[in-house]
Design a binder for this molecule. Structure first.
Ligand code: 2AL
Length: 245
């Protein structure tokens, strides 16, 4: 039995449960999913400021997961906050849900569109597309114009808007697949794929399968070059947590 740690970078317990359930549904029978979120931070991540705060909580969780011996880590927020820093801290592979979903989308369609939450987060997705080299694969970026936690309010409004956003993207963009742009949408992909007749990709499930593949192939984070362990130095104040024992 191997354990994959799925880190929801926001502090919403409800969203952590949604993400954990989606990860378990995607996982192989011999994969255990440890779904966690930071003890402190932002209840939802909807901008650069929220991301900056969330990054510290993600790194604390990666360190804790490493010490518990998890086989790999997933950063389950669509901005992939702290991804490269997490790789420096981790022994096993670390995969972000945005990169996982974007990679997988390019294997089933030449062009995909992204449907996310608030319009202000679109620039984060745009930056990641450029960083990961997928700008030319993206046909369009769409926001449902609801905050992240609307996905957890039980009204179903956000879920309906995600459906409408996907329909609109397919009509306008001529894309072959949809990437869901929020960890809180993880439970929607399977039904949307059936209803819309095109691949709808949730990054949490995609990342679980990618980490399982990397672990099975015995491929782990390279400790050569920039992803080597952080240089030991006496971090001060609240960051002493990261000092090597
Ligand atoms: C996210 C996400 O995936 N989780 C969160 O709190 N904020 N990003 C987004 N664009 O909605």
């Amino acid at each position: 039995m191997r354990c994959i740690q799925v880190i929801n970078p926001n502090t919403s317990q409800a969203m952590t449960e949604t993400i954990g359930a989606a990860a378990r549904a995607a996982a192989a029978p011999d994969t255990d999913i440890l779904a966690v979120c930071p003890a402190e931070g932002a209840p939802s991540i909807e901008g650069h400021f929220d991301e900056a705060i969330a990054t510290i909580g993600v790194l604390e969780q990666v360190k804790a997961g490493r010490e518990q011996g998890v086989a790999g880590h997933i950063i389950a927020c669509f901005g992939d906050p702290g991804l490269l820093a997490a790789r420096e801290l981790a022994r096993g592979p670390v995969v972000g849900i945005a990169e996982a979903a974007m990679h997988m989308a390019t294997m089933v369609a030449t062009r995909f569109s992204v449907v996310t939450t608030l319009p202000r987060t679109l620039v984060i997705a745009r930056h990641l597309l450029r960083q990961y080299g997928f700008s030319d694969h993206c046909a369009g970026l769409h926001a449902i114009d609801l905050p992240v936690l609307a996905l957890e309010d039980g009204s179903g409004l956000a879920q309906r808007k995600v459906y409408e956003g996907c329909v609109n993207a397919l009509k306008r963009d001529g894309c072959g697949a949809i990437v869901l742009g929020c960890g809180g949408m993880a439970d929607l992909a399977r039904n949307l794929t059936r209803e819309l007749g095109v691949p709808v990709i949730d990054g949490v499930s995609a990342a679980v399968k990618m980490v399982e593949s990397l672990v099975a192939l015995e491929l782990s984070t390279s400790k050569q070059g920039d992803l080597a362990w952080p240089r030991p130095k006496p971090l001060s104040g609240r960051f002493q947590f990261f000092n090597q024992e």
